[in-house]
Design a protein around this ligand. Structure first.
Ligand SMILES: [Zn+2]
Length: 188
């Protein structure tokens, strides 16, 4: 019984997300600590005007990020569905880039997608994310990256809810979550 339950669950997840995220083996690991309780959430919005790019050699990123964060953010990997600590987060706040602290998504635009990855119908500001055609793994998808550090966040699909009809399917590990209370303290 348990076996069939898990088979059904797997099939469901596959059906919901086979276009959403790459689920091939080799880059699936569970993330370790809970970011929600972490003290080092980053919130670093850019000053007005153009976003100044952050560029660092891979070795520097590797030193700053965990293995899984590095694999997802810098090597376009994908965390396994339902393993991240933000897919089911229902708190009010802002989701920021794990790599550079750029605010990316508002919890008000998060919705339940059933995919096991945090899903949003729009970014906080269009200019905070960049989109790129991704033809890897035999699929044509649109990759979503942080506009400041070019960190891989996930993919965007056109099967999301209104008002945009878009589904930004993100990796938990690519983001930090800054709760509303904390945000108020950080804002000038
Ligand atoms: Zn970034």
């Amino acid at each position: 019984m348990k076996y069939w339950l898990s088979v059904c669950l797997c099939l469901f997840v596959f059906a919901a997300c086979n276009r959403a995220q790459n689920t091939t083996s080799g880059e699936e690991t569970t993330s370790s600590s809970s970011k929600i309780a972490m003290e080092d959430q980053q919130y670093a919005p850019p000053s007005e005007g153009d976003i100044e790019k952050i560029e660092k050699p891979a070795s520097e990123w590797q030193a700053e990020l965990s293995d899984l964060e590095f694999r997802v953010l810098r090597q376009a990997g994908t965390e396994r569905a339902f393993t991240g600590d933000l897919w089911d987060n229902k708190a009010d706040g802002i989701y920021t880039c794990r790599g550079c602290g750029l605010p990316l998504f508002d919890s008000a635009t998060k919705f339940k997608s059933g995919t096991g990855w945090p899903s949003f119908y729009q970014p906080l500001k269009a200019k905070y994310v960049t989109e790129k055609t991704d033809n890897s793994h035999g699929m044509s998808r649109t990759e979503v990256l942080c506009a400041r550090c070019d960190g891989h966040l996930g993919h965007v699909f056109n099967d999301g809810p209104q008002p945009t009809g878009l589904r930004y399917c993100m990796n938990s590990v690519s983001m930090d979550f800054v709760p509303k209370e904390k945000l108020a303290q950080q804002e000038p």
